[in-house]
Ligand binder design. Structure first.
Ligand SMILES: NC(=O)c1ccc[n+]([C@@H]2O[C@H](COP(=O)([O-])OP(=O)(O)OC[C@H]3O[C@@H](n4cnc5c(N)ncnc54)[C@H](O)[C@@H]3O)[C@@H](O)[C@H]2O)c1
Length: 244
């Protein structure tokens, strides 16, 4: 398949879960990919179309390093998939400033900073794309998720604003909102069959999502198929959020 033939993509959180599935899927569709994750993360892909970079996205210099690496290895940039994220579970009454700040730094601030650094290069591309991983928790909530929900609602707001500002340059900006997906972030919970069953039943498709379920939505948004879609937040949740 060649839906991303000739395209250059940066994918953050590329070592695990949704990001890892996206790296493999984008490369299989003809893209050359810079997979970014924390220093020391497992970024082995065994695919000549994939280059890797270990960097903490919250480092001040991370955006410049990431964009410079993509340009040095591939010569241009078409797609930024801001996917890395972390969770924290703490009731608002007990949340420390450090926990709050850490979640916002990875899930929201780093998304803004990498997008900003990429803008001139995406404008120069005739297929510029930003895709951000938000969450169904951008719209819903659960106990202990105040920092996470705020960060993901922020991602959706940032997505809309970037779409508005970059549309005249032909750059689309969208978010994907995963539901309950079996990944590195959730495996501690979903490895417990009782918890997995509860969340599988919440989905009208009666199963947990797999990383590729979300990666395929990102592929649609990254490809020409999604070329007239911008400023949207698309749920990939198996219908988890249908019932109120
Ligand atoms: N799994 C779910 O059910 C679910 C649901 C909704 C949204 N999401 C979102 O999906 C995205 C991907 O998460 P996942 O579920 O695949 O989890 P995951 O833990 O498997 O993958 C996240 C990756 O991000 C990387 N990362 C985190 N902080 C980083 C940093 N500071 N610098 C560089 N890399 C960093 C991690 O090392 C990890 O490899 C996240 O934004 C998450 O919030 C996941």
């Amino acid at each position: 398949m060649t839906r991303l033939a000739g395209r250059i993509a940066i994918i953050t959180g590329g070592a695990s879960g949704i990001g890892r599935a996206a790296v493999t899927l984008f490369a299989s569709e003809g893209a050359k990919v810079l997979a970014v994750d924390r220093p020391g993360a497992d970024l082995a892909f065994g695919d000549g179309a994939v280059e890797t970079l270990g960097v903490d996205l919250t480092d001040t210099s991370a955006p410049a390093t990431i964009i410079a690496t993509a340009l040095e290895r591939f010569g241009k940039l078409d797609i930024v998939f801001n996917n890395a994220g972390i969770g924290v579970n703490a009731l608002a009454a007990d949340m420390t400033d450090e926990a709050w700040d850490r979640v916002q730094a990875v899930n929201l601030r780093a998304v803004f900073r990498l997008s900003r650094e990429a803008i001139p290069h995406l404008i120069a591309s005739s297929h510029g794309r930003i895709i951000n991983t938000a969450s169904v928790m951008a719209q819903g909530t659960d106990w202990g998720l105040a920092a996470y929900c705020a960060s993901k609602a922020g991602v959706v707001g940032l997505t809309r604003s970037l779409a508005l500002e970059l549309g005249k340059h032909g750059v689309t900006v969208n978010a994907v909102m995963p539901g309950a997906i079996f990944t590195g972030m959730t495996k501690a919970n979903f490895a417990n069959p009782a918890i997995a069953e509860v969340w599988a039943k919440k989905s009208v498709l009666r199963r947990l999502g797999q990383p590729v379920d979300v990666a395929r939505v990102a592929l649609f948004l990254a490809s020409d198929d999604g070329g007239f879609v911008t400023g949207q937040a698309i749920a990939a949740d198996g219908g988890l959020t249908l019932r109120i």
